[in-house]
Structure formats: C-alpha cells, structure tokens
Write a protein that binds this ligand. Structure first.
Ligand code: PXL
Length: 248
C-alpha cells in the first residue's frame, strides 16, 4: 500500500517538539506522507511560548484546498487553531471530506501557555461533531464539560490520563454504543513530555489513514508515544521534546 496522505492542520512550534513539527516527524516515522496547513505560528522553546501569531482563515483554507485538490488526503489531524474564525473555516472545509479526522482540542501548552481563547474553544463544537475521534487531556476534558457533556454530544473521544496524578497512566476510549476501552501503563518518569498530545493524535490519524480500526490505531499510537518518550534526547532546560527520530 502506498503511504497514507495525512494532513495536519495545526500550529507551528519553532522548537520542533510539538505542533506541526511533531506531526510531520510522527507521520513520517509511521510511514505516512505528511502535509500541513499551518493555522498559527508560535515562537517557543522548551521553557515557554514567547509569541503567537494567527494565520488568516483564508490562508488556512487555501492550504487545505491545495492539499486536498492535488495530492489528496487519507486522514486529517487537527491541532492548535489559534482563532474561532480559523476553527470555523476548518470545519467548513472538512465537512465535505470523507476521511478519518482526529481532533486534538489544544488549549494549553505543556509549558502552561494558553493556546486557545474562550471563543476558539466554543468553536470546537463543530469540529468535535465532525471528528472520528477527539483526544482531550484532563483539563481539556473538564473544559469541554466532562464525560457527561461528551456523552450528550454523542462523539467518540480518547480521555488521556498523562497529566492525572499517579504512577499509572490510563487512557480511556469512549465510543457511543460500544463498551469503554482502557489502556494502563506505568508512568515514564521524565520531564521531556513536550508534544506528547500532538504526537499521539497525528499517530492515530496516520494509522486510521492506513485503514486500521480505531482501537488498534489508538493502541499502536500509544506505543509510539511511549517509545518516543523513552527515546527523548534530553534537549532544552524545560519540557524537552520526544525522540521521534530514534523510535525503531
Ligand atoms: O501540545 C500542544 C501544542 C500544540 N500546538 C502547538 C504547540 C503546543 C504546545 O506547545 O506549541 C503549536
């Protein structure tokens, strides 16, 4: 099979650990063909975000159209969007696409910077309805109204446990009408966790683009993130990047 064409619609992380850069590395290492629609620019390092510039909605739409119209797309990952207008334009473009969509509802960076304001988070509603899977972490799930609100929306989601307390990390896959599925593993003791969410969501998108069923895609993507965490190069003075390049 040829490489699945995976489009990441997300923000750029100058430090290379998260966002578009993490997505390109992940998609490539898993055997996919990475394309991007850059929705925001961040100037950041492992200790914090220095500056954020939004991309115009037109420019985001034009990037998506360029990818879809020529090369074509087998799966989409959505990450940091930067503004409610960009979120709306992305939803409009994806409504007609019949491919798996993984939506990482990015709100806060690993270093603690806000990457979405309240209006952008409100615009997530349409994207959750479109997505094959939404992947909130603990604070994101709370901001989206918790399990009850997600059940009322009737959407599939992966509740990530990486930033909960405890020595075990448990991720919970909730699919309407199906039994809940959990994965637990001992926590990897490291401060180098920058980009774990981006990596997980783009890995799931790539594996769905290859035709794997959702549960298998989540399982294999978790393993990829764990391997990349174990291979972290230890760069930077803060939350350093994963070792995407060193996963075998
Ligand atoms: O991990 C969330 C995230 C998403 N997108 C961009 C980021 C970050 C965290 O730093 O920089 C561009």
């Amino acid at each position: 099979m040829s490489a699945p064409r995976v489009l990441s619609i997300a923000g750029s992380d100058s430090s290379g650990g998260a966002g578009i850069q993490a997505d390109i590395k992940t998609i490539t290492m898993l055997g996919g063909y990475a394309m991007t629609a850059i929705a925001a620019l961040t100037a950041q390092d492992t200790t914090g975000v220095r500056m954020v510039t939004a991309t115009t909605p037109d420019m985001v739409a034009a990037q998506i159209d360029a990818c879809v119209g020529d090369i074509g797309v087998d799966a989409v990952k959505i990450g940091m969007l930067g503004s409610p207008d960009v979120a709306a334009v992305v939803a409009g473009r994806l409504e007609g696409l019949r491919v798996p969509i993984v939506f990482d509802p990015v709100m806060i960076s690993t270093s603690g910077a806000a990457l979405a304001d309240a209006a952008t988070i409100a615009a997530f509603e349409r994207l959750m309805a479109l997505a094959t899977l939404t992947t909130p972490n603990v604070p994101e799930l709370a901001a989206l109204g918790g399990d009850e609100a997600m059940a009322a929306r009737g959407v599939a989601y992966l509740a990530k446990g990486g930033d909960a307390e405890g020595d075990e990390v448990t991720d919970r896959l909730v699919v309407p009408g199906a039994p809940e599925r959990c994965w637990s593993a001992p926590r990897i003791a490291t401060r180098h966790t920058h980009g774990t969410g981006c990596t997980l969501s783009s890995a799931i998108a790539t594996l769905l683009g290859m035709g794997l069923p959702l549960e298998e895609a989540v399982e294999d993507a978790r393993e990829f993130v764990r391997a990349a965490l174990l291979a972290a190069p230890g760069y930077g003075n803060g939350h350093g990047p994963l070792g995407h390049h060193a996963v075998r």
